[in-house]
Ligand binder design. Structure first.
Ligand code: AMP
Length: 490
């Protein structure tokens, strides 16, 4: 995993990031920062929430010359709100650098901004109209603006500023580094990039990448012939409140819909070959929860609010990771029930690895819910080997188990607790044990197995202390992360 210190940033910036609590770079930061540090022009297709401000801001702040008070960087924003927001962010990132960040936007007295610009103004964050206004008044000089950032360029286009943006670009030095961030890249933005950027590197991220981790993901490997049967098994076992089953093609969607209906499942299809009226009817019944299972193509499902959908089934594995992220990223926002299950044939198995790698997530092999419950808390702790591993009786709380007296062993009742943090949060068994002993004041010998998984953990402990552990740990922090502790299901 890439860390901020791998990206070529200065010690001052790294210190600030630690202080801000940024632990690791977001996708756009990981990809854009090295390019910008290397001096390349960058087009970042990224929305608010992806961390784009730091992606362009950190390299820029690091490469300015504090000794010169000239405006060396210009960040153009479509609105005053964004202008203020970006200014605040850049000032925070420049905490340990002698860099002045000035905001310039319409609606505030020009004179105030003019006098501010007479002092050091290494970075000017500005709305488009006010920039030209101040340039025309001779208060803002762009001839030293080596770094120009167009933030939310598609918004500037929508607001009719594109010609003014071009004018501003022509006023800045031709050898500048230009970066452009935009949620979408419509043709006029593409033309602008062609004309005013030098050999730009394009980076695309979706904010969904930040959210798929909250979803339980699994895959089912099955030969193509048995796919329908396995799908039916999975649906029976999962009992989804509502599921969308994604297929790659319209024909595939229609066929699966037909097959599932013939097998007695209450399902409907949504695809582009249906009339608008038919589609509206299906959408409505799905939205009203009258329909539980929907088979759809990506395009057809676009208009659906799937936040309440409990299951996303990728009947056909998406060939683009973005599609995977987009399909599953919208589910399970309400409650904790979001599950995504992806079907692959043995030949498609490497696709799962690709998705795991590209979406930085983990996808395990699917298990029916009962087995999941059974497996998850099963003791694997080294200090508590199972009878199978030792080939003999094990000690449980100081008493011999499995003796030949014929009596039923009185093992104290054990409670299983779930904690919403795991290896990903840098937590290991000792941390969990420490939290139980120090945080919840549970006696050490009341703690049984602790199993730390990728994203959550399970603890077995003497049930006499379980309530106390839940009460005292719930909502507290472990290694800086807020934890949630509750009784494990089952
Ligand atoms: P932005 O997309 O630039 O508006 O950033 C969205 C939010 O994410 C802001 O509140 C940032 O402070 C925060 N943020 C940006 N990068 C990171 C990071 N690497 N780790 C944690 N938070 C971040």
């Amino acid at each position: 995993m890439t860390s901020f210190s791998d990206l070529g940033l200065s010690e001052e910036i790294l210190r600030t990031l630690t202080e801000l609590g940024y632990e690791e770079p977001t996708a756009i930061q990981e990809q854009a920062i090295p390019e910008l540090v290397a001096g390349h022009d960058v087009i970042g297709q990224a929305q608010t929430g992806t961390g784009k401000t730091a992606a362009f801001g950190l390299p820029l702040l690091d490469y300015l010359d504090p000794a010169s008070g000239e405006t060396q960087a210009l960040v153009l924003t479509p609105t005053r709100e964004l202008c203020i927001q970006v200014t605040q962010a850049l000032r925070a990132y420049a905490e340990h650098l002698p860099i002045e960040v000035i905001a310039v936007f319409g609606g505030q007295a020009v004179a105030t901004q003019q006098s501010r610009l007479r002092q050091d103004s290494h970075v000017v964050v500005a709305t488009v109209g006010r920039t030209l206004d101040l340039v025309n008044r001779g208060s803002l000089d762009l001839t030293s603006a080596r770094y120009v950032v167009l933030d939310e360029a598609d918004e500037m286009l929508d607001l009719g500023f594109i010609d003014d943006v071009e004018r501003i670009l022509r006023l800045s030095p031709s050898g500048r580094q230009t970066s452009l961030f935009s949620a979408t890249i419509p043709p006029p933005i593409e033309r602008l990039a062609d004309r005013y950027m030098y050999d730009p590197v394009t980076i695309r991220v979706t904010p969904k990448q930040l959210t798929v981790d909250a979803i339980e993901q699994a895959f089912v490997e099955v030969p193509a012939r048995q796919k329908v049967d396995r799908l039916i098994d999975v649906l029976r076992a999962e009992e989804p409140e509502q599921a969308i089953i994604f297929c790659r093609t319209k024909a595939g969607t229609a066929k699966l819909d037909e097959t599932l209906r013939a097998r007695g499942l209450g399902v409907k299809a949504l695809h582009g070959d249906m009339s608008q009226g038919q589609r509206d009817g299906v959408m409505l019944s799905f939205k009203d929860h009258r329909l539980r299972l929907l088979v759809a193509t990506d395009v057809a499902a676009r208009g659906l609010d799937i936040e309440h959908v409990t299951h996303v089934i990728n009947y056909d594995v998406p060939d683009v990771t973005d599609t995977y992220v987009h399909r599953i990223g919208r589910t399970g926002r309400v409650g904790r029930t979001g599950r995504a299950i992806t079907f692959v044939t043995p030949a498609q198995r490497p696709e799962i690895d690709r998705i795991q790698r590209e979406a930085k997530t983990s996808i395990g092999e699917w298990e029916p819910p009962e087995e999941r419950l059974e497996h998850a808390p099963r003791p694997r702790h080294r200090e508590h080997p199972s009878p199978v591993e030792t080939g003999g009786p094990v000690k449980t709380d100081g008493r011999e188990a499995g003796g030949d007296s014929g009596e039923v062993e009185q093992v104290p009742a054990v409670a299983k607790l779930f904690m919403n943090r795991g290896q990903r949060s840098g937590i290991d068994e000792d941390d969990v044990r420490w939290a139980l002993i120090e945080g919840a004041v549970v006696p050490e010998d009341a703690i049984g197995s602790i199993r730390v998984l990728e994203r959550f953990s399970f603890v077995e402990l003497d049930s006499a202390h379980a309530e106390q552990a839940v009460e005292r740990l719930e909502g507290t922090k472990l290694k800086g992360k807020q934890i949630r502790v509750e009784y494990a299901r089952g």
